[in-house]
Design a protein around this ligand. Sequence first.
Ligand SMILES: *Cc1c(COP(=O)(O)O)cnc(C)c1O
Length: 757
Amino acid sequence: MDLKEELVQIIRERFDLAPEQCGDRQLYEALLILTGRQTARRPAPEGERKLYYFSAEFLMGKLLDNNLLALGIREQVRELLACWGRNLDAVEEQEPEPSLGNGGLGRLAACFLDSIAALGLKGDGVGLNYHYGLFHQRFADNKQRETPDPWIEPESWLIPTGTSFTVPFGGFELRAVLWDMAIPGAYNDRANRLHLFDVEDPAPAPETGIDFDKTAVAGHLTSFLYPDDSDDAGRLLRVYQQYFMVSAGAQLILKELEERGYGPRELADHVAIQINDTHPSMVIPELIRLLTGKGLSMDEAIDQVRRTCAYTNHTILAEALEKWPLHFIQRVAPQLEPIIRELDRRAKEVSSDPAVAILDERGLVHMAHIDIHYGYSVNGVAALHTEILKKAELKPFYDLYPEKFNNKTNGVTLRRWLEACNPDLTALIDQCINTRWRRDPGRLVSLMEYMDNDHVLSQLVAVKQSAKERFCRELREAQGVELDPNSIFDVQIKRLHEYKRQQMNALYVIQKYLEIKEGRLPEYPVTVIFGAKAAPAYVMAKHIIHLILCLQKLIENDPAVRPWLRVVMIENYNVTWAERLIPAADISEQISLASKEASGTGNMKLMANGAVTLGTMDGANVEIAELVGPGNIYTFGAHSDRVIHLYDDKGGARYRSLDYYHTPRVERLVDFLLSPELLAIGDAAALAALWRDIKGKDWFMALLDLEEYISVKDLAVRQYGDRKAWARKMLVNIAKSGYFSSDRTIRQYNEEIWHLG
Ligand SMILES: *Cc1c(COP(=O)(O)O)cnc(C)c1O
């Protein structure tokens, strides 16, 4: 049966309608069924060893477009719908975005699943089926408000499997019910799976906001990603979630191993487990427990697990390296306690250095330390990050196990982040260099031949302009905000965190605002666009959102400033908004405090869409700078070694924000937080708390880099005026973005860590 017949039949069976009579919602459901059937027919890839990618998050984004593309039927479906007077884009609007992730780490996991499947590698994801995501963000009174973000509808991408496992907790047990999502490979006829475990009887969403009874574990275990951990009940719930995920996942692995005809002593030959950050780290003691239960000795079990598990480190922020009190684990999964004690005992035999202990003297279990001692690979996610791990953060471990450490610079799938989200740019690239770059993104470098081709350069500018106009329409429809598509789109989209320094960008806005009020107009009108969610319990991050929203309002209401400077914060920034905004960006803000952003992937997506990076020498920005060369990126700020030195209080060299605050320019900008103009709009207590923090503490050193940031950004705004020179910068950035394809990253994981065969 051909595609058209199949779709017509689905529509008839399901709705008893002819295609022309269907609404967008019905067509969406029909396409969901069609793609579901087509992927279900696909077998899993072959391979001696199978990968399981364990992650607390998979920030998948909408899947219809992606799956149509992977199945190779996107254009056919588009034409078919057009014949029926329908538009595929409008149909795709019907899909709710799965709320299974939060930020870069979750989006990386999603890109990796896409690339693993595209390369025909045998590898599935393992995670949890959250019902309400992180939260849905709304703005009211210039503040973030959180509500549940439900996405599971009667018709969704979730495939029931009929499989479930019992997870034994202290004092009770729960069934972990397995749901799957199919991950079709773009260049083959195979499909992998994302395995999502859920409780049997999920509780309904909280009535108001996102507060719920965190002790109601059985019902709420899969309600939210990262439940508020500011109290013990919340922290315990996170441990329940983690153990639920890894215990069910480990049982699935051993079941599949047996079904493939192998015994538990062959685990390492046929399974690789990638532990994405420390949330799944308990998979190590859990697998050891299950293997000893199958008759392996402790030595044998540890040996198998050590040859199976590999760990990815995503951060050097101390507060993010998880440490759980052993008594939490005793309560949640008492059966793991003796195993963790034994792993700790053996680790202390290897080294008596307290810095590498699993269990510290305060009774805390250092999850990353389990991974490093009992895994065979430890990787950072960008060259600089891996060097910092080796030389500083994890140095005692590097001295013990140098052979385990390796770098895998992150990547993004250009199928979603260029082909799907920016069809006009894709068509222009195709027209210049043929379509082979799609399978082999390294070929994008041939675009360099067009550096002096005025026709191509002006087409590039035109493509960007129409993307900006499209974004303006979408934003107007969603938020009623009208932007000027002829202004520079200066874009900072990422989770809100002090280390990412959205506050520094806000101080830039204040500088420009004050200049304009004094009659000093910028060379070009600038629109500063933010998108960011703040963790619900992260007070300072919420204050920064408040500041940005107050600035937005202040400028909205000022007809003298508005034509030259705008600020807008996108409500509920998610993958769908990223896909709309990234094609429209001119400047990519990557201004984290050097050494703090492990890699970043937003920087890669923006670059591939022709945005020019304005950034610090942090994470993968360093590699971007090397690739594009100094004329095609704007860098500024203290380098990581200086920052690390400033944090090091042994030399008495500690950063003192007041030293930087007490300069004429900086003081004025920071004090603007308490100006009558802002206080007339905002919450005095919140603004004062932020003012006090920036002035007196500024832990992430925004003031250290502020002046240089302002002058480099001014330079970028000036140079934007030379449209042809700017178009060349865009072209170079696109041409050099092939390195950041996650297909390249995954090839390296496979060749250097997984060896899937
Ligand atoms: C890519 C992406 C991120 C990560 O952005 P960074 O700038 O690397 O922090 C976060 N959220 C969404 C929705 C993304 O698509």
